[in-house]
Design a protein around this ligand. Structure first.
Ligand SMILES: Cc1ncc(COP(=O)(O)O)c(C=O)c1O
Length: 400
């Protein structure tokens, strides 16, 4: 009998965390490495949010809270959904977890039976398929190529649906491409889902606030209210409020689903930190004026990276609408040989070559289910990004 459970054989550790760890390790050993793997803002948590946490500690908010989150936090989330998304939830329709990651995990654990299918458009956030597999579900990966703007089309959705489909996961703006769905595009996908009343929808809106060029963010339960009863709208404070380490995500959805998710959470983490919850109240209710300022910095970096990658031999990069990633195609370098003769056959080979030859750590497209691409996070300083892109240009030019 094997010591490890069979379900462990189905999953792999997060490849984005692996790249970040490897880059940090090389750096600690004294190598000149620029890490472009991490999916987190390089800005500090705003001062008012930090102050709220300190006040919570001093004020004794240090004990267990309800599993679903403190009433004050759930009130702030209810208000946020109403104010920003036009979605009305009661307090008992809100759950809070240790990051959007745990909220999604709870939802899949609470609902999937062995063999239940989850439609996941690719490229996808790395955790969706592995969480599905841990919950004994079956990921149904739908390729969404660059020529479709990396977005799911109604026809591709229709083709992927079977009798076993339980969930569709939509992520807009997307990690890893930054692609975001307009209201019209969501309406078209909703029209397909309305024909299949048994399918549930998980809308991962964690990059809602990281958007550019006047893009109007909308979420599907608001665009098509007839889907409200079977949509879980997931969000969190990690990205918009620069709170990745604090670990807080939340969701709104039908009461029975939320109760089931809380039951899962009650036997794992119980809840996220009481201090973090107090800080998140301030994040959601407090001033939001730093968000456009951060976005303006991200936009300038995006434009820099897109321009420099498009000047690179063998690469082509579309300009994303949101999040802080680009997902360039490296089709033009596949088949070439690195100095020394090693052939670049896959995007894995290309990112290994970038790391070994120039000390640039990016993540291979295969990790996100669509090759040949790679992901760069531009949530790092403009100087480092410029230097990283120069190195990528040099590495690509050296291929024969
Ligand atoms: C698409 C997407 N969803 C959810 C998450 C989870 O974020 P957190 O657990 O920090 O809230 C991430 C984090 O990288 C993400 O990229």
């Amino acid at each position: 009998m094997s010591f490890l459970a069979a379900r462990l054989a189905r999953i792999k550790p997060s490849p984005t965390i692996a790249v970040t760890t490897k880059a940090a390790q090389l750096k600690a050993e004294g190598h000149d490495v620029i890490g472009l793997g991490a999916g987190e803002p390089d800005f500090d948590t705003p001062e008012n949010i930090r102050a709220a946490a300190i006040k919570a500690i001093e004020g004794g908010e240090t004990r267990y809270t309800p599993v679903a989150g403190t009433p004050a936090l759930r009130k702030a989330i209810v208000a946020k959904f109403a104010r920003e998304n036009g979605l009305r939830y009661g307090l008992d329709q809100i759950t809070v977890g240790c990051g959007g990651k745990q909220v999604i995990y709870n939802a899949l654990m609470a609902t999937l039976d062995a063999g239940d299918e989850v439609i996941i458009p690719a490229p996808y956030w790395v955790s969706y398929p592995d969480m599905t597999l841990l919950a004994e579900g079956k990921p149904v990966i739908v390729p969404c190529p660059q020529s479709d703007g990396f977005k799911l089309t109604p026809a591709a959705l229709e083709r992927a649906i079977t009798k076993r489909t339980k969930w569709l996961i939509l992520n807009s703006p997307s990690n890893p491409t930054g692609a975001a769905y307009s209201a019209a595009e969501l309406k078209e996908l909703a029209a397909v889902l309305l024909k299949h009343p048994e399918i549930w929808l998980l809308s991962d809106d964690i990059y809602e606030h990281v958007i550019y060029d006047g893009f109007a963010f909308v979420t599907i339960a608001a665009v098509e209210p007839r889907l409200y009863e079977r949509t879980l709208t997931v969000n969190g404070v990690s990205k918009a409020y620069c709170m990745t380490g604090w670990r807080l995500g939340y969701a709104g959805g039908p009461k029975a689903l939320i109760e089931a998710m809380n039951a899962v959470e009650s036997h794992s983490s119980t809840h996220t930190s009481s201090i973090t919850q107090a800080a998140a109240v301030e994040a959601l209710n407090g001033p939001q004026s730093f968000i456009p300022r951060h976005n303006e910095t991200f936009r300038q970096r995006r434009d820099l990276v897109v321009a420099m990658l498009n000047q690179t031999k063998g690469l082509s990069c579309t300009r994303p609408t949101g999040a802080f990633y680009v997902y360039p195609s490296c089709a033009g370098v596949i088949g070439k040989a690195a100095p020394g003769g090693r052939r670049i056959s896959t995007d894995d080979d290309f990112v290994t070559y970038l790391l070994e030859s120039e000390g640039v750590a990016a993540v291979q497209g295969s990790a996100f289910g669509l090759s040949p691409h790679f992901r760069i996070s531009y949530a790092t300083s403009t100087e480092l990004l410029e230097e990283a892109c120069r190195r990528i240009q040099r590495a690509a030019a050296a291929l024969a």
